[in-house]
Design a binder for this molecule. Structure first.
Ligand code: SAM
Length: 204
């Protein structure tokens, strides 16, 4: 896909959000143009041969970045609940180290326990119900290796030209209070977005 250069055109995004309201799947809904990929990748410090889970991967643009960084001996699971999008991504990534899978990160994904170095969840957490948050936390703890990391990208909890209603948003503090994982840094990853990092310190 050809990348656009320059700052994001927020009016395009607002118009897109209006068109998407009420749609059942989210294939076209991506935060790609809004996020600072360089800041994200630098904070994640991904290493060769790691195993990464891109949960709620959307069109998989970050899975493709991770794929390059972990190399042929690493693996990227690109998981999304939208099977239509996953079918497309699966075709696109055939023969690579990306495994595209339909699934729900708030339940048992059936991936093997304690095998994941990094779980990346971008612009998904705010839609989880309290029950899904509990399920998500349990699955994250099951999947992460000791010292494995969780990275959650979310929109800031203040008025912005686009995005979900304020009462659905979470601040980094909200995330740190909600999840029982050791909190690491909070990083700015775009004009309106932050990334909160956590580490799995159980069984160390
Ligand atoms: C706003 S899009 C974000 C896509 C991508 N992460 C990004 O940053 O552009 C949210 C994605 O999360 C997926 N999703 C929502 N709930 C999910 C769940 N419980 N498990 C897996 N994927 C989920 C949706 O299908 C959608 O593709």
């Amino acid at each position: 896909m050809k990348e656009k250069s320059g700052p994001p055109d927020y009016s395009e995004i607002i118009a897109y959000e209006k068109r998407s309201e009420g749609k059942q799947h989210h294939r076209g809904k991506t935060s790609e143009r809004l996020l600072d990929k360089v800041a994200i990748l630098s904070a994640l410090a991904i290493e060769f041969a790691q195993t990464i889970l891109d949960a709620g991967c959307g069109n998989g643009y970050m899975s493709k970045e991770f794929s390059q960084l972990v190399g042929p001996s690493g693996r990227v699971y690109a998981l999304d609940s939208d099977d239509t999008g996953i079918a497309v991504l699966s075709e696109e990534t055939k023969g690579t180290n990306i495994v595209a899978m339909a699934g729900d990160i708030t339940t048992d994904t059936e991936l093997p326990a304690s095998t994941i170095d990094l779980i990346y969840l971008s612009t998904v957490f705010h839609i989880f119900s309290p029950k899904q948050v509990k399920g998500f936390e349990a699955e994250v703890k099951r999947l992460l290796r000791p010292r494995g990391k969780l990275a959650i990208v979310e929109i800031v909890k203040r008025t912005t030209p686009f995005g979900p209603p304020l009462n659905m948003r979470l601040s980094p503090e909200d995330l740190r209070h909600t999840l029982r994982l050791a909190a690491l840094d909070t990083v700015e990853v775009g004009e309106y977005f932050y990334m909160q990092l956590f580490e799995n310190r159980s069984s160390i």
